[in-house]
Design a protein around this ligand. Structure first.
Ligand code: NAD
Length: 352
């Protein structure tokens, strides 16, 4: 195998516990599971299906995302560690029952150290097929005894994270009349749009899918924005809800918003981008604090019968967590992104 990256060096630097590579030519499966940290409990994180350009991109993604899950689960106050899986392929053409059952068997071999669930590129239906290969899975369809798609809970959590950010930046969590741009009107972006519309916000948005835009236009009176203009549009709140890396040296100087708070994982391309945002006096609601609703919801499926009302009530506490992280950033004089890490690290240290 030829690689252009030193994975052992990377794993050592970020203290991952385990990186598992797997492949099965017969079913066209290749992918990886990264377990970052199991101090607080088994590593929970979704299975992403993506047509990566290179193997290096795929492994870098799973290592980055699994570490983020450790911080997210810890900061959310869950007895869960951080892990993630990626399967490499085109979600529209490369899926099959055998493909996902085989992936489930890979998860099963880890004996519960990793619990899988849905992520970008995988669906509830895929979860049912993965469950044929493993018992270590959450987010199964409701008719299979699971909690179903986590996106509604994630959207609900982002809504409360935005409220907390608004409370800090504007002195009120009332979102009526606020101009909010949602970049990425997929599952989470659409649920978020619903809550924001109900709260009286004026919505703008972009997506590479015309259908997604048309739906939000018709349901939530959202005004479409060109993809190229969405990140630099003048607004009160920018909600990145597509893929990560959108906040970087190029995009940050162009931002014309008071708050950034959305669903996408790893929104900052580099850690130092948190400082660039702070220097521009923009309040950033760290991604893994905002988007923890999904994992909070899933945690209500582990070792108990799922109860949607309890899970959603618990998810509203993201308002408190976000407020505590913002307060920590002020007392420590650090960007909110760094404060979120410190907040999670303190929880991890306390349990060691
Ligand atoms: P999704 O695939 O349903 O939605 C993503 C949307 O972004 C799609 O509609 C896609 O067309 C659009 N998109 C892609 N590239 C774009 C671009 N350049 N500009 C504008 N739109 C673009 O995924 P999702 O489940 O809604 O998740 C969105 C983000 O939130 C992801 O980063 C995901 O990792 C993160 N997240 C999701 C959950 C969850 O519960 N689904 C939980 C935590 C974090």
């Amino acid at each position: 195998m030829q690689t252009d990256s030193d994975y052992l060096e990377h794993i050592s630097e970020f203290s991952h516990e385990q990186l598992v590579l797997f492949a099965d030519q017969a079913v066209g499966l290749k992918g990886a599971i990264a377990i970052h940290d199991t101090t607080l409990g088994p590593a929970l994180g979704g299975c992403r299906m993506w047509n990566y350009s290179t193997e290096n991109d795929a492994i870098t993604d799973v290592l980055r995302l699994s570490r983020a899950m450790t911080y997210k689960n810890a900061a959310a106050g869950l007895a869960l560690g951080g892990g993630k899986a990626i399967v490499w392929g085109d979600p529209s053409t490369d899926k099959s029952q055998e493909f996902f059952r085989n992936f489930g068997q890979q998860v099963e071999r880890l004996n519960g150290r990793y619990i899988t669930t849905e992520d970008v590129g995988t669906t509830e239906a895929d979860m049912r097929q993965i469950a044929a290969g493993t018992q270590h899975i959450v987010g199964l369809p409701i008719d299979s005894g699971g909690s179903g798609d986590p996106s509604p809970a994630t959207g609900w959590g982002i809504f409360h994270a935005i409220r907390a950010c608004a409370n800090e930046a504007f002195g009120t969590d009332d979102l009526s009349g606020r101009r909010i741009v949602i970049v990425g009107l997929g599952k989470v972006g659409t649920y978020l749009a619903e809550h924001l519309h109900r709260a009286g916000a004026i919505l703008f948005g972009s997506d590479i899918s015309d259908d997604a835009i048309k739906y939000a236009q018709s349901k939530f009176q959202l005004t479409p924005v060109e993809l190229a203009d969405a990140m630099s549009m003048e607004c009160d709140i920018l909600a990145p809800c597509a893929l990560g890396g959108g906040l970087n040296e190029t995009s940050i100087p162009q931002l014309k918003t008071s708050i950034i708070c959305g669903a996408a994982n790893n929104q900052l391309l580099k850690e130092s981008d948190g400082e660039l945002i702070q220097q521009r006096s923009i309040l950033y609601g760290p991604d893994y604090i905002s988007n923890a609703g999904g994992v909070i919801n899933l945690s209500f499926e582990i070792k108990q019968s799922y109860n949607r009302e309890w899970a959603f009530n618990r998810t509203t506490k993201i308002f408190d967590t976000m407020t505590e992280v913002i307060d920590l950033s002020k007392t420590e004089g650090i960007p909110t992104s760094a404060a979120a890490d410190l907040y999670a690290e303190r929880i991890l240290e306390a349990s060691n």
